[in-house]
Design a protein. Sequence first.
Length: 567
Amino acid sequence: MATPADLVFLNGSVLTVDPAFTVASAAAVTGGVISAVGDHEAVASHIGPDTRVVDLGGRTLLPGINDSHLHGCAFGIGMPPLSLAVGSPAVRSLADVAEAVREAAERTPAGEWITGHGWDPGYLEECVADPSRLPTRHDLDAVSPDHPVLLYSFSGHATWVNSAALELTGVGRDAVAEYGSLIVTDADGEPTGILHEAAQDLVHRALPALDPAVRATAIKATLGALAALGITSYTEPGLGPGGDALMRGAMAHSTLDVYRRLLADGELTARVSVLLLPSGMGGTAEEFIEALDGLGTVTTADPRLLNVVGVKVFADGVVPNKTAWMHEPYVGGGCGSLCVGSGSDDERVAEVRRMIRHAHAAGYQLGVHVTGDRGIDAVTEAFAEAATEHPRTDPRHYVIHGDFLSARSMKTLASHGFGVNMNPTIKWVVADLEEEFVGAERAAYAWPYRDAIDAGVTVASGSDAPVTFPDWRQGVATMLLRESKASGRVSGPDQRIQLAEALRTYTVNAAWQDFAEEWKGSLEVGKVADLCVLEGDLLTAAPSDIPNMPVVLTAVGGRIVHDLLKD
């Protein structure tokens, strides 16, 4: 008789996500690892007197989800009570945002900051009715004359502040002269209260520093939310000195110390991979190199639960802010800028290449934030050049976002064993907005899952939370349907992929990104028992129904962290 299992699952649809995408009906967990997968008879022999037996009753058992790009601390800070909810569906209009700020002002001592997260003009009624109408400081001033207000956009690449915040931080015409279009101005040349990319630092740095207790509270809130979604691993994409002013300082290097404490206290209920962030948006190569070398070797007590795997670099901005570097002009003109900082395109390419060469030679994996096709081409070429100049075994560099990944870049990534990390829930949210900036044809191509997979590129998926809510079920549905959130219109049907392919991007491919596919990412004997149970049969569900299928159980290394199936 087999050693009695701790957990046995029977009578379900067990999606192993092994190389053959084998579908079984039962599985066993012993000592935190998968000990058996097969039919009822084969697995039932593992049942002992103390075994918990879960009758799946036709439900789906699948590997734990690995959200391979999720700002864990920032996601928690962006949720109430640590921050006002000013995104959809919490608010629907500028008036709703103003009301939320007014209520916060009533309970906040005068002079203290009010912060919020999630605003998006694509879902604010006044802005939808008139696309030229953007949020301004005036929308907030009447309800918060005695409080500086700072509201992060859903993407984290724009900030909306009131007049009190501009006055407190000294952001005026002089700042406009230095940062140019990154600070939106009115007809008189005065800041409107919207700041993009690197200009956000001017106000972000004025916020009080987050203390360790607040950071811990935020991360624990995130861990609870992720457990309920079946997410057992995630990549924290950027912690370091370059994050001191990003997402309210949630991306600062000190956040890594909080993660270490949660690990030591046994409170880390998901596996976390970390990219170091030596410099922020628009940082120079000199700053990047000095900061990275100054960090030294960064280790943790249990690399399977908390592991520093690489380094993040910002190469360009994001399409809605017109800061992605594109081969062809945006609709209405303008190519954007390769960088969120200053200097010519050629100068910035040289800076990014220097960062990539240095981090590669130092032995790090690189995750590079880059969105425009011209910028992506420059980054993938830099990957290849670095690998040729300084050969290394399997560095697994990858492009972060890659929404306009070109055939040229796909070929480069595939031939060198590099990857791409895409964001299907962002596609779902911004599909209609993309057309406004790049036209219908390019918007339909954006996030080219089908082409990238067919080209042999390893594709992982992430939410970029708090940019979007980390719901992998919606991500899977989007990869299968390519429908937009706002209108339901299909955007790029030729880039649809199949269910098995979509699940791989959230499991084994994400594990590959973590250098961990040998021990996690699929339900195979000997791998860690990171798993989740979904209500219903995922194999027969209509794609549009997938986002509404509840996660009823989640386990990390056999430890149950979410359970709606208790007797």
